[in-house]
Design a protein around this ligand. Structure first.
Ligand code: SF4
Ligand code: SF4
Length: 190
Protein backbone atom coordinates (compact mmCIF):
# COMPACT_ATOMS: atom_id res chain seq x y z
CA UNK A 1 0.00 0.00 0.00
CA UNK A 2 1.23 3.51 -0.79
CA UNK A 3 2.47 5.30 2.32
CA UNK A 4 0.19 8.31 1.88
CA UNK A 5 -2.84 6.05 1.76
CA UNK A 6 -2.04 4.41 5.08
CA UNK A 7 -1.25 7.75 6.71
CA UNK A 8 -4.39 9.51 5.49
CA UNK A 9 -6.63 6.54 6.25
CA UNK A 10 -5.28 6.44 9.80
CA UNK A 11 -5.78 10.15 10.25
CA UNK A 12 -9.33 10.03 8.90
CA UNK A 13 -10.21 7.15 11.24
CA UNK A 14 -8.68 9.00 14.18
CA UNK A 15 -10.58 12.19 13.44
CA UNK A 16 -13.86 10.36 12.85
CA UNK A 17 -13.58 8.54 16.19
CA UNK A 18 -13.59 11.93 17.91
CA UNK A 19 -16.93 12.97 16.46
CA UNK A 20 -19.62 12.66 19.13
CA UNK A 21 -23.16 11.52 18.50
CA UNK A 22 -22.72 9.48 15.33
CA UNK A 23 -25.32 6.78 14.72
CA UNK A 24 -22.93 4.52 12.81
CA UNK A 25 -22.80 1.04 14.30
CA UNK A 26 -20.15 -0.77 12.26
CA UNK A 27 -20.84 -4.17 10.70
CA UNK A 28 -24.50 -4.55 9.83
CA UNK A 29 -24.99 -0.82 9.39
CA UNK A 30 -24.55 -0.48 5.68
CA UNK A 31 -27.21 1.77 4.23
CA UNK A 32 -24.39 4.04 3.12
CA UNK A 33 -22.80 1.18 1.11
CA UNK A 34 -25.11 1.85 -1.83
CA UNK A 35 -24.45 3.90 -4.90
CA UNK A 36 -21.30 4.99 -6.69
CA UNK A 37 -18.17 5.05 -4.52
CA UNK A 38 -15.23 7.09 -5.74
CA UNK A 39 -11.71 6.16 -4.74
CA UNK A 40 -8.19 7.18 -5.62
CA UNK A 41 -6.28 4.74 -7.81
CA UNK A 42 -3.72 4.24 -5.04
CA UNK A 43 -6.50 3.15 -2.70
CA UNK A 44 -7.88 0.81 -5.35
CA UNK A 45 -4.45 -0.78 -5.76
CA UNK A 46 -4.58 -2.02 -2.16
CA UNK A 47 -8.13 -3.33 -2.52
CA UNK A 48 -7.86 -5.35 -5.75
CA UNK A 49 -5.82 -8.28 -4.39
CA UNK A 50 -8.57 -8.88 -1.81
CA UNK A 51 -11.44 -9.00 -4.28
CA UNK A 52 -13.00 -12.37 -5.13
CA UNK A 53 -14.18 -13.54 -8.52
CA UNK A 54 -17.76 -13.53 -7.24
CA UNK A 55 -17.42 -9.88 -6.25
CA UNK A 56 -16.11 -9.05 -9.70
CA UNK A 57 -19.21 -10.65 -11.18
CA UNK A 58 -21.37 -8.52 -8.89
CA UNK A 59 -19.44 -5.45 -9.97
CA UNK A 60 -20.04 -6.22 -13.63
CA UNK A 61 -23.76 -6.48 -12.87
CA UNK A 62 -23.67 -3.22 -10.91
CA UNK A 63 -21.88 -1.35 -13.69
CA UNK A 64 -24.99 -0.89 -15.80
CA UNK A 65 -26.98 0.25 -12.76
CA UNK A 66 -24.26 2.67 -11.81
CA UNK A 67 -24.24 4.12 -15.31
CA UNK A 68 -28.00 4.58 -15.10
CA UNK A 69 -27.71 6.24 -11.70
CA UNK A 70 -25.11 8.67 -12.95
CA UNK A 71 -27.01 9.32 -16.16
CA UNK A 72 -30.17 10.20 -14.23
CA UNK A 73 -28.35 12.33 -11.69
CA UNK A 74 -28.73 15.35 -13.91
CA UNK A 75 -27.40 17.79 -11.36
CA UNK A 76 -24.32 15.76 -10.62
CA UNK A 77 -22.10 17.91 -12.78
CA UNK A 78 -23.36 21.05 -11.11
CA UNK A 79 -22.67 19.41 -7.75
CA UNK A 80 -19.06 18.95 -8.78
CA UNK A 81 -19.16 15.20 -9.24
CA UNK A 82 -17.72 15.19 -12.71
CA UNK A 83 -15.95 18.48 -13.01
CA UNK A 84 -14.33 19.01 -9.65
CA UNK A 85 -14.29 15.84 -7.64
CA UNK A 86 -13.11 16.62 -4.17
CA UNK A 87 -14.80 14.50 -1.58
CA UNK A 88 -18.38 14.12 -2.59
CA UNK A 89 -20.57 11.53 -1.02
CA UNK A 90 -21.93 10.17 -4.24
CA UNK A 91 -24.66 8.34 -2.36
CA UNK A 92 -25.85 11.64 -0.93
CA UNK A 93 -25.68 13.30 -4.31
CA UNK A 94 -27.79 10.63 -5.93
CA UNK A 95 -30.32 10.55 -3.09
CA UNK A 96 -30.70 14.30 -3.29
CA UNK A 97 -31.63 13.85 -6.91
CA UNK A 98 -34.24 11.25 -6.21
CA UNK A 99 -32.73 8.25 -7.93
CA UNK A 100 -32.87 5.99 -4.87
CA UNK A 101 -34.74 3.34 -6.77
CA UNK A 102 -31.67 2.73 -8.88
CA UNK A 103 -29.28 2.47 -5.96
CA UNK A 104 -27.27 -0.74 -5.74
CA UNK A 105 -25.21 -2.36 -3.07
CA UNK A 106 -21.43 -2.14 -3.12
CA UNK A 107 -20.06 -5.44 -4.49
CA UNK A 108 -17.55 -5.50 -1.63
CA UNK A 109 -20.21 -5.72 1.07
CA UNK A 110 -20.93 -9.17 2.52
CA UNK A 111 -24.74 -9.19 2.62
CA UNK A 112 -24.79 -12.10 5.10
CA UNK A 113 -22.83 -10.30 7.81
CA UNK A 114 -23.42 -6.74 6.66
CA UNK A 115 -19.68 -6.16 6.90
CA UNK A 116 -17.27 -4.61 4.43
CA UNK A 117 -15.00 -7.36 3.12
CA UNK A 118 -12.14 -4.91 2.55
CA UNK A 119 -12.72 -2.97 5.77
CA UNK A 120 -9.07 -2.33 6.59
CA UNK A 121 -8.55 -0.96 3.09
CA UNK A 122 -11.89 0.73 2.47
CA UNK A 123 -11.57 4.06 0.63
CA UNK A 124 -11.58 7.48 2.23
CA UNK A 125 -15.09 8.18 1.06
CA UNK A 126 -16.28 5.26 3.22
CA UNK A 127 -14.12 6.21 6.21
CA UNK A 128 -15.21 9.82 6.19
CA UNK A 129 -18.91 9.16 6.18
CA UNK A 130 -21.08 9.34 9.26
CA UNK A 131 -24.46 10.65 10.27
CA UNK A 132 -26.25 11.77 13.39
CA UNK A 133 -29.63 10.71 12.01
CA UNK A 134 -31.07 7.20 12.50
CA UNK A 135 -29.28 4.50 10.46
CA UNK A 136 -32.57 3.65 8.75
CA UNK A 137 -32.47 7.06 7.09
CA UNK A 138 -29.36 5.98 5.18
CA UNK A 139 -31.12 3.13 3.42
CA UNK A 140 -31.75 3.65 -0.29
CA UNK A 141 -35.26 4.86 -0.79
CA UNK A 142 -35.68 6.08 2.79
CA UNK A 143 -37.80 9.17 3.10
CA UNK A 144 -35.82 10.13 6.20
CA UNK A 145 -33.01 12.63 5.90
CA UNK A 146 -29.42 11.52 6.43
CA UNK A 147 -27.85 14.28 8.52
CA UNK A 148 -24.09 14.70 8.28
CA UNK A 149 -22.77 16.73 11.25
CA UNK A 150 -20.94 19.89 10.13
CA UNK A 151 -17.71 18.85 11.87
CA UNK A 152 -17.48 15.91 9.48
CA UNK A 153 -17.41 18.25 6.52
CA UNK A 154 -14.61 20.11 8.26
CA UNK A 155 -12.69 16.91 8.96
CA UNK A 156 -12.97 15.89 5.32
CA UNK A 157 -11.69 19.23 4.15
CA UNK A 158 -8.79 19.22 6.58
CA UNK A 159 -7.70 15.62 6.09
CA UNK A 160 -8.15 15.57 2.35
CA UNK A 161 -6.51 18.94 1.96
CA UNK A 162 -3.24 17.24 2.90
CA UNK A 163 -3.30 15.10 -0.26
CA UNK A 164 -3.10 17.22 -3.43
CA UNK A 165 -3.63 14.26 -5.76
CA UNK A 166 -7.13 13.79 -4.31
CA UNK A 167 -8.02 16.90 -6.26
CA UNK A 168 -6.83 15.29 -9.47
CA UNK A 169 -9.90 13.84 -11.10
CA UNK A 170 -7.77 11.76 -13.46
CA UNK A 171 -6.64 9.63 -10.54
CA UNK A 172 -10.13 8.98 -9.21
CA UNK A 173 -12.36 6.16 -10.33
CA UNK A 174 -15.57 4.57 -9.16
CA UNK A 175 -15.02 1.35 -7.27
CA UNK A 176 -17.31 -0.53 -9.63
CA UNK A 177 -15.45 0.68 -12.73
CA UNK A 178 -12.16 -0.37 -11.14
CA UNK A 179 -13.57 -3.82 -10.38
CA UNK A 180 -14.86 -4.22 -13.92
CA UNK A 181 -11.40 -3.34 -15.22
CA UNK A 182 -9.92 -5.87 -12.80
CA UNK A 183 -12.25 -8.56 -14.06
CA UNK A 184 -11.07 -7.87 -17.59
CA UNK A 185 -7.46 -7.93 -16.43
CA UNK A 186 -8.01 -11.35 -14.84
CA UNK A 187 -9.43 -12.62 -18.09
CA UNK A 188 -13.13 -12.56 -17.30
CA UNK A 189 -15.86 -11.02 -19.33
CA UNK A 190 -17.24 -7.74 -18.15
S1 SF4 B 1 -23.70 6.37 7.52
FE1 SF4 B 1 -25.67 5.42 8.05
S2 SF4 B 1 -25.66 3.31 7.22
FE2 SF4 B 1 -23.56 4.14 7.18
S3 SF4 B 1 -22.63 3.33 9.07
FE3 SF4 B 1 -23.47 5.41 9.52
S4 SF4 B 1 -25.56 5.13 10.26
FE4 SF4 B 1 -24.88 3.20 9.32
S1 SF4 C 1 -15.92 -0.44 0.18
FE1 SF4 C 1 -16.79 -1.33 2.06
S2 SF4 C 1 -17.42 0.42 3.32
FE2 SF4 C 1 -17.11 1.18 1.22
S3 SF4 C 1 -19.15 1.08 0.24
FE3 SF4 C 1 -18.09 -0.86 -0.21
S4 SF4 C 1 -18.72 -2.28 1.43
FE4 SF4 C 1 -19.22 -0.20 2.11
Amino acid sequence: MKTWVAVVHREMDHRMRQVKGLSCRGAGCFGCCHGPVIAHEDEIEAILPLVTEAQLVLAAQAAAVQAAVLAQAVNVEKAGYLTNVTFPSEATVTRKQGVEALAYRCPLLDPASGACTVYAHRPLVCRGFGVSSPPANCAPGSKGKAVVPPEIEQIRDEVLGTVPSLRDRRRLVTLVDALVAEQQRRGGTA
